[in-house]
Design a protein around this ligand. Structure first.
Ligand SMILES: [Zn+2]
Length: 213
């Protein structure tokens, strides 16, 4: 659950202050709201992968904004994004911003390239069981929602030493949403109903992870 780290921190603070088993600690009202960080890959001078007339940075931003919209209109959650427009953000900006905000979970949105097809997701090697659960929930929900539109290859749940997975202090998952250089995949990515379904998958996976559905 998203509240576990906060509870642990409170317990440590209470112990440090010499307070034995303090049941309640005053906290801001927003502390109970899940803090969700969405990270649309690339942007600005960095287009990411390109192919079939599409740019990765545009697809990731569109899916990210749609995901935020679904999340905030459906549940009592707070969403922060590494970017909401076509601007460049360094990798260290993305991880530092999420850490400074105190996000409970981090989801980075990308589009693949290199000749394959389908959907895959990544977490950091040796990640916690909580992070594995985040990947399980997001992976399954994205695939299921993509498949309401068309047949999609499941490339699997993977691990990788990516900056945003390694340097974020909270559970983090990175999604690779089809291949921009594969005609079948690009045709889907160019459709707003497919991007909406992909966003719905991200939102519902996050909500499932948080116990909201
Ligand atoms: Zn990317």
């Amino acid at each position: 659950m998203f509240s576990e780290p906060v509870t642990r921190r409170r317990a440590l603070l209470a112990a440090a202050a010499g307070i034995a088993a303090a049941p309640f600690v005053a906290s801001p009202a927003h502390a109970a709201v899940p803090l969700i960080y969405l990270d649309p890959g690339h942007g600005g001078s960095d287009p990411g992968a390109v192919g079939n007339g599409l740019r990765e940075k545009d697809i990731t931003l569109d899916i990210g904004l749609r995901t935020r919209s679904i999340l905030t209109s459906s549940w009592n959650v707070a969403v922060r994004m590494s970017r909401t427009t076509d601007v460049y953000r360094s990798l260290s900006y993305r991880s530092s911003d999420a850490n400074a905000w105190g996000a409970h979970l981090f989801v980075s949105i990308h589009v693949n390239a290199g000749g394959g097809t389908g959907f895959e997701s990544y977490i950091y090697p040796g990640a916690s069981s909580r992070t594995h659960r985040l990947q399980d929930d997001v992976h399954a929900a994205v695939l299921a929602n993509m498949r309401t539109i068309s047949s999609i290859t499941d490339r699997g749940q993977k691990t990788a030493n990516f900056h945003v997975l390694r340097e974020t202090a909270m559970s983090a998952v990175l999604t690779e949403n089809l291949f921009i250089d594969r005609t079948y995949d690009a045709n889907l990515l160019s459709r707003s109903d497919f991007r909406q379904a992909t966003a719905r998958g991200h939102a519902r996976g996050i909500a499932r992870f948080l116990g909201l559905i």
